[in-house]
Design a binder for this molecule. Sequence first.
Ligand code: SF4
Ligand code: SF4
Length: 371
Amino acid sequence: MDEHSVFLPRAEATRLLQALKGAGFDRILGPVAREGTLLFQPVKRWEELPMGIRDVQQPGSYRLQQQEGSRCFAWANGAQALKPLTFTPREIIWRAQRSVEGHLSFESAQESPEPTAVVGVRACDLAALDLQERHFMHGRFPDPWFRKRREALFLVGVSCSHPADTCFCASTGDGPAITRGHDLGMAELDEGYLLWAGTQAGRTLLERLDLDEATASQRRAVEKETHQATVTQSRTLPGRHLKQGLYERLQAGHWADVGERCLSCGNCTAVCPTCFCHMEMDEPALNGGTSEHLRQWSSCFNAEHSFMGHFVVRSDTRLRYRQWLTHKLGSWHEQYGRSGCVGCGRCITWCPVGIDITAEAHALLQEAPDA
Ligand code: SF4
Ligand code: SF4
């Protein structure tokens, strides 16, 4: 929120969707209650958003509850962040074809993404997108597929007023307020929405809406809710830079403890908005005439992910969990200048056995360093 915030009354909220459409975004996605969670789905009217819905999240558990009230963003997050919109779970990268004369030709399978506005993005997920940009757009091997999809997005962030029990974005410094990465920022009050611009595209959209300035009392109400959302978070990481502490404990007994509980299912990496591991494979047609080269999400919890030469380097779950945690909270600092965790809490909620990254990090750092 900034001093130029404007106010959109609740009864007129669909005007925001109309303004997005008028700005060329025929595809507008918003959070919709579906399949027991909240998913980004196409929306045309404000009433399609999850009005009165609350989420109850705990380690290994996620439930939606319908309650009284007209708020549409009184929940923390769903299973899905922005990740599938820019880094597709499974996609064809290129195709090869063999002519009857036996000549091979190759063509890119890259498609032009549709301009897409996403309404209701959380601060932690904007921070996660920034991390994925560091990897896919600003690394040694920029990914044109990611870049095109990212550049087609217009992001309407919404500050959190009701964090879940599993959230710890205040501890990582990535939430709960919308402060960066947004085209348009939004905060919800009972009577409507405060809106502010983060980019020139956001400013142009606000001009199109032509709204009155938010009042001082509305701004104070948002500040109060944001403060409340910060102080109610009970989980924390033991610090923002844990590389040294973790690397000094690579032989800690706690790795075996968590390795006993972990199922190596990879759920945590699938829901994590910053995880980017993937595998590439070729699928030739049975007639030998064509072949497709695919990229698909993978996980450091899969045995084949560490297959090198003739053997699996991380042969048991203890080693795979250690790889995940020491990368996420440790070596990300070297690669991308910060930790790979934005405190969204999804890996805690969606872990079938409720393993909690914050509790594991605290337990590990309580052990004495390796001799
Ligand atoms: S490690 Fe867990 S809490 Fe951190 S960003 Fe990934 S899913 Fe969210
Ligand atoms: S930590 Fe939980 S979600 Fe992640 S691989 Fe282990 S059991 Fe699955």
